[in-house]
Design a protein around this ligand. Structure first.
Ligand SMILES: NC(=O)c1ccc[n+]([C@@H]2O[C@H](COP(=O)([O-])OP(=O)(O)OC[C@H]3O[C@@H](n4cnc5c(N)ncnc54)[C@H](OP(=O)(O)O)[C@@H]3O)[C@@H](O)[C@H]2O)c1
Length: 328
C-alpha cells in the first residue's frame, strides 16, 4: 500500500496512519466528576511510544488543547523535540478547561477566544505553527462556524496555521468549513462497526481528507476489552457518557458489540493481521481519503498500530463481506 496520504486540497502529505493523543493526556474530568480521560498514564512511556512511531514512519499526530487539560499537547511537544519539522501536528480548540485542576469547565465558540486558544496551544506544543487546526465543538452553530473558518484563514495568512478542519459527524457542518480555501479535512467517527457513508461521499465530493477518530471503537476492535471486564476508575469507558457507545453501563464491553467483533474476526485477522490492524485495514479500503488515528498508551500498541501500514488495506471483496455479515 502507498503508506502516505494527502490532506485534501492542502497538499500536506501525512503517513496513512496518524496517532491519536487523547489517552496520553492522562486523567481529567468534567465539573461533575465524569472522567474524560482514559485513566492514568506514564508520560515517559508515552514519549517512548511517540518516538518509536516516528522511527516506524508515522508522521501525523492528532491532539487537542483539552486532552488532559493541556497535558497531551505538552507531552507531544516534548516527545517531538527537534523532530517537530518532520511531522504534521493537528490540534483542536473550543473546549475551555482549567489546567491546574484538570477540569473541563465549558466551551467557547467566540472569534475572540480562538486566537487565545491557539496562542496557548503553540506554547504547550513548543512550536510556532500548527499544521491542522480543528474546531472541537462538533455541534457548533454553522453561522458562527463560518466566522471561525474565516479567522482560520487569517491564521493561514499569518503563517501560524497551515490548514484547518472541523471535528464533526455532521456532513452539512463539514461542508460549511469546506467553503474555506485552506480547509483540508473533516475529523469524524468511523470504524468497521460504525460506518460513515455520507461523510465519505462528502469528502470525495469536496476533496477533503477523512480523519477517522475512534478507528478501534475505543478499544473494542482490538479484542482486548471483553464483557464483564471492569475498567479502571478514571477511564471514561468506566462511566460512559451518553454519546459513548459499546461499553454499556460501564461494567465492560457491551456483549452485542463484542459479538459483532467476533463475527468479523476471520476477515480482520486475514493476511497475518491482528484484529486491530484489520480494523485499520478496513478504513483504508473504505476510501482513498481516510487517515485513521488510533489512540495508544504504550510502545507495544504503537508498534502494533504502525505495523498495520505494511499490511495494507482489505480487499473490496472483504469490505463487501463485512457489510454482509453486519447486515448493512
Ligand atoms: N471529538 C473529537 O475530535 C475526538 C473524539 C474522540 C477521539 N478523537 C481522536 O481520535 C483518537 C483515537 O480515538 P479514540 O481514542 O476514541 O479510540 P480508538 O483509537 O478507537 O481506541 C484507542 C484505544 O484502543 C486501545 N488500543 C490501541 N492500540 C491498541 C493495540 N495495538 N492493542 C490493544 N489495544 C489497543 C487503547 O486503549 P486500552 O489499552 O486502554 O484498551 C487505546 O487507548 C483520539 O486519541 C483522538 O486523537 C477525537
Amino acid at each position: 500500500m502507498e503508506t502516505k496520504r494527502t490532506l485534501g486540497r492542502s497538499g500536506i502529505e501525512v503517513s496513512a496512519l496518524g496517532f491519536g493523543c487523547w489517552a496520553i493526556g492522562g486523567e481529567w474530568q468534567s465539573t461533575d466528576g465524569q472522567p474524560l480521560g482514559w485513566g492514568k498514564v506514564d508520560d515517559e512511556e508515552s514519549i517512548r511510544a511517540i518516538r518509536r512511531a516516528l522511527d516506524l514512519g508515522v508522521t501525523f499526530f492528532d491532539t487537542a488543547d483539552t486532552y488532559g487539560a493541556g497535558h497531551s499537547e505538552r507531552v507531544l511537544g516534548r516527545a517531538l523535540g527537534k523532530r517537530r519539522g518532520d511531522v504534521v501536528v493537528a490540534t483542536k480548540w473550543g473546549n475551555v478547561f482549567d489546567e491546574e485542576s484538570r477540569t473541563l469547565t465549558g466551551a467557547d465558540d467566540s472569534v475572540q477566544y480562538v486566537r487565545r486558544a491557539l496562542t496557548a496551544s503553540l506554547k504547550r506544543l513548543d512550536t510556532d505553527y500548527v499544521d491542522l487546526y480543528q474546531l472541537h465543538l462538533s455541534d457548533a452553530d454553522p453561522e458562527r462556524a463560518a466566522e471561525l473558518r474565516d479567522v482560520c484563514e487569517e491564521f493561514v495568512r499569518e503563517g501560524i496555521v497551515r490548514a484547518y478542519a472541523w471535528s464533526t459527524d455532521d456532513p452539512s457542518r463539514a461542508a460549511v468549513f469546506a467553503q474555506g480555501e485552506h480547509c483540508a479535512a473533516v475529523q469524524h467517527m468511523a470504524n468497521v462497526l460504525q460506518d460513515a457513508p455520507e461523510m465519505f461521499a462528502l469528502c470525495a465530493e469536496l476533496e477533503l481528507a477523512s480523519i477517522n477518530r475512534s478507528p478501534l471503537a475505543m478499544g473494542l476492535l482490538t479484542g482486548k476489552r471483553r464483557t464483564g471486564q471492569a475498567l479502571e476508575a478514571g477511564d471514561i469507558r468506566s462511566r460512559p457518557p451518553q454519546w459513548l457507545q459499546g461499553f454499556g453501563d460501564g461494567s465492560g464491553a457491551d456483549p452485542e458489540w463484542v459479538g459483532r467483533v467476533d463475527a468479523l474476526k476471520d476477515i480482520l485477522t486475514s493476511g497475518g493481521r491482528t484484529l486491530g490492524q484489520g480494523a485499520l485495514a478496513w478504513l483504508w479500503a473504505r476510501s482513498p481519503r481516510t487517515v485513521p488515528i488510533p489512540g495508544f498508551r504504550s510502545v507495544a500498541q504503537a508498534e502494533q498500530n504502525a505495523g498495520a501500514m505494511a499490511k495494507g488495506p482489505l480487499s473490496a471483496e472483504q469490505v463487501a463481506e463485512v457489510d454482509r455479515i453486519l447486515g448493512r
